[in-house]
Design a protein around this ligand. Structure first.
Ligand code: SF4
Ligand code: SF4
Length: 179
């Protein structure tokens, strides 16, 4: 599935031929058996999820297309797609789906599957490593700023050690740590 690059008219979505030999007939079942996928078969391609999504216009594969691709068995394309990582997890799609398809939660499941197969974008890996090493993604106040503000070098009472220990034992910790 792809959109034309023609910027002169209204967007037109063309359906590229799908190579049937590359489809995974078990993918639909795999998602259905995941904690949030039981309603995926109920999708009737109404595109309400896409209409609600604040970022879909930036995506090659819109939310309703990702769900359709799951149903068709396009496992490789879905798990390699950047869209599953760029989702803002705002739940707008899921809130509005008339069929009760848990679109956002399915995207979380897709990230889990992609992670297990090592299909993690570098930027996400970098953030996970930062979290593992520092216990937080954002420094509360930078060193130079603390000095300028005449604050103690460390934020009083802030310790991320326990969190880091817990994180190391999670799957995220293991993947980010290269295990
Ligand atoms: S809103 Fe629900 S039923 Fe409609 S296309 Fe999206 S997932 Fe399918
Ligand atoms: S949760 Fe993700 S896919 Fe759903 S509307 Fe928000 S950004 Fe779009």
């Amino acid at each position: 599935m792809a959109e034309t690059d023609d910027k002169t008219g209204p967007p037109v979505t063309l359906i590229e031929p799908i190579d049937m030999t590359k489809l995974d007939p078990n993918f639909r079942k795999e998602i259905q058996n995941m904690p949030d996928g039981d309603e995926v078969n109920a999708c009737f391609a109404c595109s309400t999820c896409t209409a609600a999504c604040p970022i879909a216009n930036q995506w090659k594969y819109k939310p309703h297309q990702l769900i359709r691709m799951i149903l068709l068995g396009m496992r490789e394309e879905v798990l390699s797609s950047r869209e599953i990582w760029e989702c803002l997890t705002c739940f707008q799609c899921q809130e509005r789906c008339p069929q009760g398809v848990r679109v956002t939660d399915i995207i979380f499941d897709l990230r889990d599957l992609a992670s297990e197969e090592g299909k993690i974008p570098d930027a996400v890996k970098f953030l996970a490593k930062e979290l593992l090493e520092k216990g937080q993604l954002y420094v509360v106040t930078a060193d130079w700023e603390r000095e300028d503000l005449d604050l103690e070098p460390e934020v009083p009472g802030l310790s991320t050690d326990e969190f880091k220990e817990i994180l190391k034992r999670t799957r995220t910790g293991k993947i980010a740590g290269g295990e």
